[in-house]
Design a protein around this ligand. Structure first.
Ligand code: A2P
Length: 307
């Protein structure tokens, strides 16, 4: 039996974050407007976007048109790498596009800065074709510039995305005024990142799972073991994967622009621990971790081996 997910996790700042949020990457403006509006009607109270997705305007419009009180909706957006030198201006611009006074969570999208004076407004490149990364601008410097954004009222909380244990450790060594409350990373049974999850739990940080079905084409849905577990519950593989994410204490952000999927992705089952463990161990049966989202950030190393 499935039930709409009402679970929320407590963040380090004392606020709650709904366990399931709508992912919005790779959706057109029209799709995203309709899916956010439909998701909010269905019961979702958590929407995840980013300046880098280019869809904050339709998302803000859908939130407004839903008629649901702002205080009831948890909105996350992210700082794009081109804006690491001025996160305050970037967040103000995001708020303007969203039509909101504040967001609930502001994340550093990637732990690296891109050249704001480069050859492209979003992803500048060097003559050799590699991305124009400011290798002498550490992401810890950006974090320091983000810290005042809470006191200034532009966001309720701050977090990071795409950070490994090594990057989080580097950040924690900086004598922080504000600790990240979440780390949003790719997480699914083929990339469970158990060590990172243990580390995050130890520090009171919530992990958020992006691309929980494996992103475009949802490759995890073809897995036989997952399908077999799903059959025993009489639900879809997607429901099992989303339920597993919540079972292990992570926020999960399934993306869909199809109403029936948006609806079913919000319905979870209570997994038996033995099934949760089976999913925890699946990565070993599949020959090791698989990452589906890995932009070419070389020579900067984003993902090391601390999976
Ligand atoms: P669509 O938006 O057309 O529904 P992820 O959340 O891992 O990024 O995966 C999203 C991909 O999986 C999208 O391409 C989405 O396509 C598809 N998807 C989302 N939910 C489901 C579902 N319940 N069943 C099948 N495919 C899904």
């Amino acid at each position: 039996m499935t039930a709409k997910c009402t679970k929320a996790f407590k963040l380090l700042n004392g606020k709650e974050i709904p366990a399931i949020g709508l992912g919005t990457w790779k959706a057109t403006d029209e799709e995203v407007y309709n899916s956010v509006l439909f998701a909010l009607k269905t019961g979702y109270r958590h929407i995840d976007t980013a300046a880098g997705y280019g869809n904050e305007v339709p998302i803000g419009k859908a939130i407004k048109d839903s008629g649901i009180a702002r205080s009831e909706i948890f909105v996350t957006t992210k700082l794009w790498s081109i804006d690491h030198h001025d996160p305050e201006a970037a967040l103000k611009a995001s708020l303007e596009r969203l039509g909101l006074d504040y967001v609930d969570l502001y994340l550093m999208h990637w732990p690296l800065a891109l050249n704001p004076k480069g050859n492209h407004p979003a992803i500048p490149t060097k003559p050799d074709g590699t991305r124009d990364i400011l290798l002498d601008w550490p992401f810890t410097k950006t974090w320091k510039l983000m810290e005042p954004l809470i006191e200034k009222g532009f966001t309720k909380a701050l977090g990071v995305s795409n950070c490994t244990i090594e990057k989080l450790t580097t950040l924690f060594n900086e004598n922080l005024k504000v600790k990240p409350v979440v780390n949003q990373v790719e997480l699914h049974p083929y990339l469970p990142q158990h060590k990172l999850l243990d580390f995050a739990k130890k520090h009171g940080i919530i992990l958020e799972a992006y691309s929980p079905l494996g992103s475009s084409d949802a490759p995890l849905l073809k897995d036989e073991t997952i399908a077999k577990i799903a059959e025993t519950y009489g639900v879809s593989s997607a429901t099992i994967i989303i339920s597993w994410a919540v079972w292990r204490g992570t926020v999960v952000l399934p993306k869909s622009v199809k109403e029936s999927r948006i609806e079913s992705n919000f319905e979870i089952v209570t997994l038996k621990d033995e099934d949760g463990e089976k999913l925890n161990n699946l990565v070993n049966e599949r020959g090791g971790p698989q990452r589906f989202v890995s932009p070419p950030w070389n020579p900067f190393v984003v993902f090391d081996s601390s999976l």
